[in-house]
Design a protein around this ligand. Sequence first.
Ligand code: ADP
Ligand code: MG
Length: 420
Amino acid sequence: MEIIKQMIFNLALLLVILFLFQIYQESKGEKSNSHKNVFWYFLISIVVSLLLSNIINLHMRYDLRVVPLILGCLYLPRKLGARLFIYSIIIRALFGINFGFFLSIFIYGVQTICLLLIHNYFHTLKTKKKIFFSVIISILSSILFIIITKVFNQSLTLSQWSIYILSTSIGTGIMCAAFEFYNRNYAMREKIIKSEKIEAVSHLAASISHEVRNPLTSIKGFLQLISDDDFSKEKKDEFIKIALSEIHRAEQIINDYLTFAKPSLVSYEKIKIHEHLTKTINIIQPLAIMSSVRIRKKLDTNAYFFGDFSTFQQCIINFLKNSIDAMPNGGILHVESYLDDEIAVIIIKDTGIGMTSEQARKLGEPYFSTKGTKGTGLGLMVSYGIIRSMKGVIEVESKIDKGTTFTIKFPVTSINEGSY
Ligand code: ADP
Ligand code: MG
């Protein structure tokens, strides 16, 4: 009974470590899903299992270290899998060099070699098969363990024997399922975050092509008028002037859009807020016009801070798009910026549908969206991340059917180069 309790405790701890590891990964952001981190997770799990071993006799201890070993060899690149085996043996040596130690080298050695050989095949399998496969490997490894202990007359009792097989195979199955689930979620989130910008780009492209069509139509009209002999030279000059200014407008819209759509490197520069907000508003203008939203600007030319223009622009576009989305029947979008002491303040205020306090609290959480299939719930998550990385803060005020005000504040001398 004591043994069962100990094995369950061991398994529970492995799951808790996995859970803590995932929280750590989430808090560190995307780049931290490196093999190195996963390697450390498996190594810590092995140490914890060894500390919780059931001591059978002077030579032998049994525990769930086989679970992280199997999964480590399967999920890590081969080289790291082999290293995990070597480290586990070194750690096992610290618990005594005895029969059990040599047994570990043999069984886990054979197991590691087999796992590394089928490593590539394992990754071609679907989730369910992967779980099944890892459970079978753990059963085979346990059987090998039992046979060898029998050969060397160190045999366990029938109940110890069955508890061992059961706990390692169930443990491997559960851990493999948890790992698969985590990996799938992670990959999905990565994909959605990438598609968030693509979605914004294609959405804006549709409204921009609509907007470019207007100057083109008027240019066409003026060109036709110019070719008409009925008009005086002055009148024709005036038409040319108007046509040129329309061409300039179309060019401006396309240029602004291209700066947004093009993938950019993170740079660090002085962002003159009024200049960049004007550019960003120009990009969003066509979308606003389509939804009958009027944009009012009140931009102080003194406001600035240090950051990356392109990420800043993506972040502001997310806020502006949300405000426009919140005003399906039109309204007023007020964009203001000023410098307050050493703080650059940006206010984005709409007269849209607003939010409940419950909804406002959830802003910035991944996947929080009230737009059904039209929303991803990632726009603000990305924007909040960008603002925090530039040491900014966000305040929200919202009333149902009245509108929402976002106030974003950046310290003027905020970040060190390359810190995001
Ligand atoms: P998405 O726009 O894809 O739904 P976001 O992360 O951009 O995802 O926004 C999350 C949610 O926050 C929206 O679905 C909406 O409910 C709410 N929201 C954001 N901005 C506003 C706003 N200006 N007015 C009302 N609701 C908003
Ligand atoms: Mg959005």
